[in-house]
Design a protein around this ligand. Structure first.
Ligand code: 13P
Length: 250
């Protein structure tokens, strides 16, 4: 499967810095690389980034959406608005939304279904905390989150899953390839049991302190189909290093 490298800018970026960053990424993209690249800027920059990348292979995603298509929800952004801004993906259930905004599995699933209904590909995030891993509960937490957060698997061809252990996000700590492989195998099994053969085609991304120096090893791990990158997606050179590592494995 073609590797998918997704940059999650989180709450970073103004119009000028965004233009510079996207320009740098486009200028340095390895020619002919068989790698999918998605940039997820904050909502204020979606339309601008979509405009800059429109003649390139780079695609755009949002970082969250509301489960409803419209209505009285001050401050929220609906999936059709995201599609209208030129994006094709949306991250849902990121651990920072689960912890900062108390989002649970049922809401994450509703958001993923709303995304699909608008023709977007949801990137559904799951991952255990450090405490849960220490208690030996990592796999059961993942199973539970999968059961609760994944949308109906009849549309598996538009789904992306991201495993982001909470303790690896923004800490510089990454899960070992063996731990990643174990969790990704469990996710793959769940996808196959829900979607049959189509479950094999759902990209499973790893996220948590991915950088150019560890990308090759992580991306070469079984069932790791790409990366969801936070900090290292904010500098063109760092992000390009990860894309180049993915291209070398294609
Ligand atoms: P870092 O790459 O900064 O650890 O962030 C990972 C992440 O949360 C991507 O969604």
């Amino acid at each position: 499967m073609r590797k998918l490298i997704v940059g999650n800018w989180k709450m970073n970026g103004l119009r000028q810095s965004s233009e510079d960053l996207v320009g740098g990424i486009l200028a340095g993209l390895p020619a002919g690389a068989d790698v999918g690249v998605v940039l997820c800027p904050p909502a204020t920059l979606l339309a601008q980034v979509a405009e800059i990348v429109k003649e390139s292979p780079v695609e755009v995603g949002a970082q969250d959406c509301h489960p409803d298509a419209s209505g009285a929800h001050t401050g929220d952004i609906a999936a059709p608005m995201i599609a209208d801004a030129g994006a094709r993906y949306v991250i849902v259930g990121h651990s920072e939304r689960r912890s900062d905004h108390g989002e649970g599995d049922a809401l994450v699933r509703a958001k993923a279904e709303a995304a699909m209904a608008s023709g977007l590909r949801p990137i559904v995030c799951i991952g255990e905390t450090a405490e849960q891993r220490r208690a030996g509960e990592a796999l059961s937490v993942i199973k539970h989150q999968l059961a609760g957060s994944l949308p109906a698997l009849s549309q598996a061809d538009s789904l992306v899953v991201a495993y982001e252990p909470v303790w690896a996000i923004g800490t510089g700590d990454t899960a070992t390839p063996a731990d990643v492989e174990e969790v990704h195998a469990l996710i793959r099994t769940a996808l196959r049991s829900g979607a049959g053969e189509a479950g094999n085609q759902v990209p499973i991304l790893y996220g948590g302190s991915v950088k150019s120096s560890n990308a090759s090893e992580l991306l070469a791990t079984a069932d790791v189909d790409g990366a969801l990158v936070g900090g290292a997606s904010l500098k063109a050179e760092d992000f390009l290093g990860i894309i180049t590592a993915a291209a070398a494995l294609a």
